[in-house]
Design a protein around this ligand. Sequence first.
Ligand code: 1GP
Length: 238
Amino acid sequence: MKKRNDWTGKNMLEKIRHLFKLDPARELSDPALSRVLHSGTGGIVIGGTDGITRENTERLIRRVRREAPPHLPLFLEVSSYEAVFPGMDGYLIPFVLNATDPYWILGAHVAAVKKTGLFIPWEKIQVEGYIILNPAAKAFQVTKAHLPRDEEEALAYAETGGHLLRLPLLYLEYSGRYGDPALVRKVKERLPETHLLYGGGITSREEAEEMGRYADTVVVGNILYEDLEKGLSTVLPA
Ligand code: 1GP
C-alpha cells in the first residue's frame, strides 16, 4: 500500500510555485493567520533563525494545523533539532553551502542524526542547498556565511550544490532584501534540472512573478508581518 506523503525519490516541492514562511518567533493574529492559510499559496513552511524554541514552534504548528485547509502541505524547516515535531507533511533541512562555520554544513546534521537517528522519517525529509546572499540576514551572520566575490563564484556555489552534490533543492536566500533576478535566471539556466527556490524581500505580485519566472518556487516571509495585504498579493497560482 502506498504511504501518504512518502516522498522517497521524489521532490516534495514539485509543482509548488509559492510558499509562505511563518516564523515561530513572530506574532500573527488568528484572523491574519487564517487569511494566510486560505490565500491560495502552495504550502506553508514553518521556520526561522532567531528565537526559535520548542514552545513557540509547537504553538505555531498547532495553530496552523487547526486552521489550514486539509490539502495544504505543511513543512517544517529545521534549524534546531530540539524544535522538531512529528506529523508534518515534510521536513526541509538547510545545508548552507556558503557557510564558513562547518557546524552549518554538517555539524548540526550529524549531531541531530546521532541523537535521534532511529526515529527520523527519512522518507519525509529533503535537504536544501542554501546559498545566503544578504550579509544583513540573520542566517548569514549565524552561519558566518561567505559572500561570493562575484557572479561567477555565486554560480560556482550553485553548480557545486546542484551538479556535484546533486542536491534536489537549491535555495537562493536573500532574506530581508530583494535579490538579483539576473543571478536567479543564470542559476536556473545552468541548473535546469535542479529545483530552485528563491526567497528574500518579495513584497508584491510583480516581484513574485519576476523571481518566479526563473525560480521553481518563491518563498515569502517578512512582508506578512509588515503589511498583510501586500503579503497576500504575492501568491502565485499553482
Ligand atoms: C526567508 O527566504 C525567506 O527565509 C523569505 O524572505 O522574509 O525576506 O520574504 P523574506
